[in-house]
Design a protein around this ligand. Structure first.
Ligand code: BGC
Length: 460
């Protein structure tokens, strides 16, 4: 498929080429520079490239009944702790370190362009509004984040600068949006997010990651942008974009270090709701006022991601930025998927009867019952969207349903407990989580089976 809004070449590159021409070094350039992707950042790294298949995830998927059908799909490689860089043999990341993955990626690439998807996820005071992935670094440990986590990653990636790999990094999911929605004086505030806002370590950590990784020619940084059920409201949307811009100017970063943004990472928000829309009115009540939509300006990820792109550009990001959407678990297929709109008797019946996303409330985020695999990874599926990706490896848990002691920095969040009755962040609804889940990142066979059964598009 093709995109209609072709992006201009990155300005930095255009400048470099222009000055090379002025200096009359064209011949030298063409003679010495091999025609690999590493020499020039392309507009959309996914175009004309394969995407890395993580052998560890692939083997887990293939070992499940029916899993072979998706086991060759590309998924993100998560560096969720410092020790994951070298490889720590944990049930989460397995025995491959970053270098092992990159060597395997070079082999898979066989000299052709190949996207390698890396999830950078280890901020100080990580996941300040939840406990399931609250991490190994304390709120003040920004120095360790920089010197023991980002610097070694940057050093290793630099060794692969002159390969045909295009390294897509997604930067610190759930961090910056937490500083908008989960801080005082909102009733959704947590003390931990108040601390991370006050000490500046999310903003400075993201800035550092962007600047160090963005200095590597074949790295494409995508900043995490939550999802529509988080920052799609008026008072969160523009404020989040402004904060992303602040982080992109912090600690050595510039907006040029940002190639784009990713939405819905490890979340369940539907890609396209087809049976109701913002702007419709049912029996005198706007869809926005249904209890499901609850005054949000978006009903799905595609419309949200496209609108956020425009907002980000208006706030100072390059007009060439592109969006990624994580579609690993937002399919919501299977026998319960509505085939038409709900009845028009009242707005709630209409929206609830027609919606694909069958969560109890869209603030629910942990191991959601009824979810299915979403769109398979796809390049440039829609205007402004660089790719649909499976950044969260489907089948890996979001968090344990009961407390399980571990040495991975994983707490117990009751949003992963199916008996939990909720908190202000999901408007006091049941959690909707599957029972018997292992700690986050560990293989959750029952969830994988359900994702397969409820896949949409269905798995053939
Ligand atoms: C976990 C990570 C894991 C990732 C991907 C996160 O929720 O905290 O340890 O690598 O999910 O499954």
């Amino acid at each position: 498929m093709s995109r209609t809004n072709a992006h201009p070449t990155r300005p930095r590159r255009a400048l470099a080429v222009a000055s090379a021409l002025l200096l009359g070094v064209t011949t030298a350039l063409t003679a010495s520079a091999p025609a690999t992707a590493a020499d020039e950042r392309v507009d959309n790294p996914y175009v004309g490239a394969d995407v890395y298949v993580n052998p560890i995830w692939s083997a887990n998927a293939a070992a499940e009944p029916g899993g072979e059908a998706v086991a060759d799909q590309p998924t993100g490689v998560w560096l969720d702790r410092i020790s994951a860089i070298e490889g720590n043999d944990s049930p989460t990341t397995g025995d491959m370190g970053l270098r092992d993955h990159l060597d395997e990626a070079v082999a898979q690439a066989a000299g052709e362009p190949l996207v390698f998807q890396l999830v950078v996820y280890n901020l100080p005071g990580r996941d300040c509004a939840a406990l399931a992935s609250n991490g190994e670094l304390g709120p003040e440990e920004i120095d360790r984040y920089e010197s023991e986590y980002i610097d070694p990653i940057a050093d290793i990636l630099s060794d692969y600068e002159d390969t045909s790999l295009r390294i897509v990094t997604t930067i610190e999911l759930d961090s910056l949006p937490n500083l908008i929605t989960n801080v005082s004086p909102r009733n959704t505030a947590t003390p931990e997010c108040d601390v991370m806002l006050a000490n500046g370590n999310y903003v400075n950590g993201v800035g550092y990651a962007l600047s160090r990784l963005g200095a590597i020619d074949n790295v494409y940084n995508y900043v995490d942008a939550g999802h529509h059920g988080w920052i799609g409201w008026e008072d969160n949307f523009a404020a989040s974009a402004a904060l992303f811009h602040e982080a992109a100017n912090a600690n050595g970063a510039t907006p040029d270090d940002v190639h784009g943004f990713i939405s819905n990472t490890a979340n369940y928000s539907a890609l396209k709701e087809e049976h109701f829309a913002i702007g419709e009115t049912i029996n005198g009540t706007p869809v926005r006022q249904s209890s499901w939509v609850d005054w949000n300006n978006y009903v799905d990820e595609l419309s949200f991601a496209q609108a956020l792109r425009v907002e980000l550009v208006s706030q100072g990001f390059d007009p060439g930025i592109g969006m990624l959407i994580d579609t690993s678990r937002n399919g919501w297929g299977g026998p319960d998927r509505p085939v038409s709109a709900g009845p028009t008797t009242d707005v709630d019946a209409y929206v609830d009867g027609g919606r694909f996303d069958r969560r109890i409330q869209y603030g629910n985020w942990c191991n959601q019952a009824g979810a299915g695999l979403g769109e398979r990874p796809t390049t440039a599926p829609e205007p402004g969207i660089d790719a649909y990706v499976w950044m969260k490896p489907p089948g890996e848990s979001d968090g344990s349903s009961t407390e399980i002691p571990n040495d991975e920095g994983k707490g117990f969040d009751r949003m992963c407990d199916p008996t939990y009755e909720g908190n202000p962040r999901n408007n006091h609804n049941m959690s909707g989580a599957l029972p018997d889940a292992p700690v986050s990142g560990h293989w959750f066979s029952a969830q994988f089976q359900e994702l397969l059964a409820n896949a949409h598009p269905p798995v053939q």
